[in-house]
Design a protein around this ligand. Structure first.
Ligand code: BG6
Length: 510
């Protein structure tokens, strides 16, 4: 492995900032045979190693039920890396990483397995120099969180010893509602101190999401318009073309609103709507995000201001897609939402009267996540009506993914001898403006966990506010019939279009 201070060929030589490199440490992944671990976590660990951001003795322990030897696990990591990592494969990096790969076989009830885990950690401390610093990543269904942290406590794995750390990394959703989130929090904090708990919302690890704050607060030209005097409404869309894949066990009963609105979309709303924080430190960020989430009003007419849907069979990308109820492992009577749209208002001076429309869904027209800030029409036009017939509203669109960047839409004169104004757009695209490559969200977040940097992790206060907003909606849905059906490959149920039409607006077709 190359020198950590710049000899690594993957490190951008123009990067003059101090490199953030993790100190001696290791990561234990619970649920290591799952999708998330294979597609994101293991490749992220390799990519970090490849970029020279992990210490030479970094260790990775997998914990799962599978009857694997260390070598089988190493082979699994190798395949995940080959298939999903973002940086080129380099044999020397792999050879170093594999030195620290271990597997512990067991269930979460199995005391012996946790004892083996303890011995494995001790062995790695000696052999790899991990210094007792371990993060425990709970990539397991939420119902197992309490059991795993209790086992860590029982076996002394969570003890914070002088000069070393033990951290818990918990995947979303944190709880199932407000009450269960608070209960889970109580259990976790009986075991880990507040500053050693990292709740993952991988959207916060995305470059484009972090850029919301740069766009708003490092510039002059946007913020003066960022309020009720100029903004007509905001649309936050997270659309996916995929169905639930092999995740029936996790998804059924959770649904789109709990899976992504409670976390990703409300975080996007918070970053878009919050006031300027006094610094980019975790405390200041959390304070502002919590404040704005606390100002979100619960919709009064839940029947008119929320819509939930479920995909039916349809055509997507030229292929027939089965409906949600026909997916493997789904209860054929399931009322789980695979689409959710919610209209929210923020009760403060900046945003009073400006609706924030949030929507998400699986099996929609295409994969796209964006935040569109749509501005009011000009208060007066000197052009005659026909000149501006084709002019839409000005908009600033933060393209979170794919095709990451920012678009500004405004009117321009159509070339010719008459005055006609039509929409045009001005684009910033990451690929064209920067030569630096973006780390994958999980790379950034795992590195931050190892460094103990909490800026990009939601705290309990934010999680609680998000459940406060979502709980009444879920309760209402539970009591009121079934989700509206929409054919796979379309943009969701017609009820969602009607929700905006009642306000004289329509969804963007990104
Ligand atoms: C996860 C959800 O948090 O985000 C998934 O549980 C969803 O259902 C995924 O598919 C989408 O992530 P991304 O980064 O591809 O937008």
């Amino acid at each position: 492995m190359s020198d950590a201070r710049g000899a690594n060929p993957l490190r951008d030589p123009a990067d003059r900032r101090l490199p953030r490199i993790a100190g001696p440490s290791g990561l234990v992944i619970f649920g290591v045979t799952g999708d998330l671990s294979r597609k994101k976590l293991m490749p992220a660990v390799y990519d970090l190693a490849n970029r020279g951001l992990l210490p030479p003795g970094f260790s990775l322990i997998g914990f799962a039920r599978r009857e694997w030897e260390h070598e089988d696990f190493a082979q699994e990591v190798y395949e995940a890396v080959k298939q999903h990592s973002r940086t080129p494969f380099r044999e020397e990096v792999w050879q170093q990483l594999v030195q620290g790969c271990r597997f512990v076989q067991g269930t979460f009830d199995d005391d012996e397995a946790f004892e083996t885990l303890k011995e494995t950690i001790n062995e790695l401390d000696k052999a790899q120099g991990t210094g007792g610093n371990f993060a425990f990543y709970l990539s397991v269904p939420p119902k197992f969180f309490p059991k795993v942290v209790q086992q860590l406590k029982k076996h002394g794995l969570a003890d914070q010893k002088e000069g070393s750390w033990r951290r818990a990394v918990i995947e979303k959703p944190f709880g199932h509602n407000l009450q269960s989130a608070q209960e889970l929090n109580r259990i976790v904090h009986e075991v880990f101190p507040t500053n050693e708990v990292f709740r993952i919302d991988h959207y916060l690890g995305k470059e484009t999401v972090q850029n919301i704050l740069a766009l708003r607060f490092a510039n002059t030209m946007f913020e003066p318009l960022w309020n009720r005097s100029y903004v007509d409404h905001v649309q936050i869309t997270m659309a996916e073309d995929i169905g639930i894949g092999g995740r029936a066990g996790y998804y059924d009963g959770i649904g789109a609103a709990r899976d992504v609105i409670q976390n990703h979309l409300l975080q996007l709303l918070a970053l878009t709507a919050m006031e300027e924080p006094s610094s980019f430190g975790a405390d200041a960020l959390v304070a502002e995000k919590t404040k704005v989430l606390g100002a979100v009003k619960i919709p009064k007419d839940l029947g008119k201001e929320t819509v939930r849907g479920q995909y039916a069979a349809g055509w997507q990308g030229g292929e027939k897609a089965v409906g949600y109820l026909e997916e493997d492992g789904i209860d054929p009577k399931s009322k789980t939402d695979t689409y959710a749209a919610i209209k929210l208002q923020i009760d403060n001076r900046r945003w009073a009267g400006v609706p924030f429309y949030l929507r998400t869904g699986k099996r929609l027209g295409r994969r796209v996540t964006e935040i569109a800030v749509v501005f009011q029409r000009a208060p007066h036009s000197p052009f005659d009506h026909t000149a501006t017939e084709e002019l839409g509203q000005n908009a600033l669109v933060i393209r979170v993914q794919p095709d990451e960047g920012v678009t500004v839409r405004f009117g321009s004169k159509v070339p010719g001898t008459s005055m006609e104004v039509r929409d045009v757009s001005m684009d910033f695209a990451y690929g064209e403006s920067f030569t630096e490559s973006s780390p994958e969200a999980y790379e950034r977040l795992i590195l931050d966990v190892l460094l103990g940097d909490a800026n990009l992790f939601p705290r309990l206060e934010e999680v609680e506010q998000s459940w406060r907003i979502l709980d009444p909606i879920e309760v209402y849905w539970e009591k009121h019939g079934k989700p509206a059906q929409y054919p796979a490959g379309t943009w969701g149920p017609t009820e969602a279009d009607e929700m905006l039409a009642r306000d004289g607006r329509s969804w963007r077709r990104p």
